[in-house]
Design a binder for this molecule. Structure first.
Ligand code: PFF
Length: 448
């Protein structure tokens, strides 16, 4: 039966849950996406809008996903269907879970290819491969990227196949504390050895005139991706939660830690960017080729460079695990496969589509656009509508027993009105940016 298949194992401790959820949230999106988008969107203006998006939209949705998951404790698809059914509404609301599972699957296909590249660059930066030393060419052609993608997916499948307790919990409870130690060390190193004053003013000095619709769009997309929202990940992690977990406070810890890591990543990267006159708006290259190049010129550079890539690998792996488990658990429910079988079959399918993106040009970009600009916001919007409009208020109140009436009303207001409006606007602006109906341009001219 489905209930038994979902297995409903529970987190062994609050610590394990928090490390897994923070591990999911903290990923390449924090280390690379946040500094890169900050660089492209006018520094502090972006940071400020980002913080507002997290507080007013992402955090309430994060709470909602955890609440929906815990409410029924079934897989993401069944939990959402069942919640609607219990509320006297159609079980077709399971579509919320379907969109999420599909989004998670797609997201992982390209995430794994990028994580593979990070690993390759890590090896190259420590062997001198970038300056023609051993390891040069480790990411050349199509077969090398395929190999690295394969290694990364194999690691992800290996962890997920061992299940919640022996796999995921065991890895995240070791890797995440190590991650924080490495991050703190690198950030201090960079602030001491780099151009920290310039970095601080770039990140934090307010420049409100630079806030345009495209900055808001980038900030909202980044907030969703960074907090792992809209793709059933937090619903799935919520299904393992016990009834005593205080979702408002743990959600706050997850959102707060994720945001802190994003800002600390900025503080780790920009002092070096400015000290070496790199272009802050350079994108992927900023993180994974410019940085390794300058490490070699810094004191203790080889060690620092290696630590930097281990940090990125840990971040990517704990996020990928959370993406695969969404599909693996849903798969377990619908195919009758065991947990290892489901992880292997669905992980294998992710691997296949990821491999196709390496060989078919443009496919990866289309998948990225579809996953990030359509599936994630639609998934988040549906969650907001489900908890804010479909489910009765009393059922949701039962999931936040520790919250004061004021906090509950604030959460409800945000998920009923603010989040749906904000996400719908983001969706439209995202489609416009891609297909060019002229909306972004018109808005930009209005705001001067
Ligand atoms: N939050 C991850 C990051 O910032 O890299 C990416 C991610 C993981 C997105 C899991 C969505 C998800 F469900």
């Amino acid at each position: 039966m489905a209930l038994a298949a979902a297995g409903n194992p529970q987190w062994t401790s609050r610590f394990a849950f928090l490390m897994a959820a923070i591990g999911s949230a903290v990923g390449l999106g924090n280390l690379w996406g946040f500094p890169f988008r900050t660089g492209q969107n006018g520094g502090s203006a972006f940071v400020l809008v980002y913080l507002l998006c997290v507080l007013l939209v992402a955090y309430p949705i994060l709470m909602s996903e955890l609440m929906v998951g815990r409410h029924k404790g079934l897989s993401a698809i069944e939990s959402t269907a069942q919640l609607a059914k219990d509320s006297g509404k159609s079980a077709n609301w399971g579509i919320v879970g379907v969109v999420g599972v599909f989004g998670a699957f797609l997201l992982l296909t390209t995430y794994s290819v990028i994580a593979g590249q990070v690993m390759a660059f890590g090896v190259m930066s420590t062997t001198g491969g970038f300056s023609g030393g051993p390891g040069a060419g480790l990411y050349d052609g199509t077969l090398m990227p395929l190999l690295w993608h394969t290694i990364f997916m194999a690691m992800t499948i290996f962890v997920v196949a061992q299940g919640l307790h022996n796999g995921i919990e065991r890895f995240v409870t070791i890797l995440m504390p190590a991650f924080f130690v490495m991050l703190a060390g690198l950030c201090i190193y960079s602030l001491v050895n780099g151009a920290s004053g310039q970095a601080l003013s770039y990140l934090f000095e307010p420049r409100f005139d630079e806030v345009t619709p495209s900055v808001v769009l980038a900030a909202m997309g980044q907030a969703f991706f960074s907090l792992s929202l809209g793709c059933a990940t937090m619903i799935t992690y919520g299904t393992f939660l016990s009834q005593d977990e205080n979702i408002a406070s743990s959600g706050g810890l997850i959102a707060g830690s994720d945001t802190l890591v994003a800002v600390i990543s900025g503080l780790m990267i920009f002092p070096i960017v400015f000290a070496f006159d790199l272009d802050p708006a350079q994108g992927f290259g900023l993180m994974f080729s410019a940085m390794p190049a300058v490490f070699t010129e810094m004191p203790g550079g080889a060690f620092i460079g290696a630590t930097f890539f281990v940090l990125a690998l840990v971040a990517a792996l704990t996020s990928a695990i959370s993406l695969l488990i969404v599909a693996a658990i849903a798969g377990q429910n619908y195919t009758g496969l065991g947990k290892a079988g489901s992880a292997i079959v669905f992980g294998g399918a992710v691997w296949l589509v990821g491999a196709a993106t390496i060989f078919i040009s443009g496919l990866g970009a289309n998948i990225d656009f579809f996953a990030n600009s359509i599936a994630l916001p639609v998934g988040g919007l549906l969650v907001a509508v489900l908890v804010g409009w479909v489910a009765p208020s009393a059922a949701m109140r039962g999931e936040l027993p520790h919250a004061s009436d004021r906090l509950f009303s604030a959460w409800r207001f945000l998920v009923r009105y603010v989040a749906p409006v904000a996400i719908t606007i983001t969706l439209i602006l995202g489609l416009d940016q891609r297909f060019g109906f002229g909306l972004n341009r018109a808005l930009a001219s209005l705001t001067g």
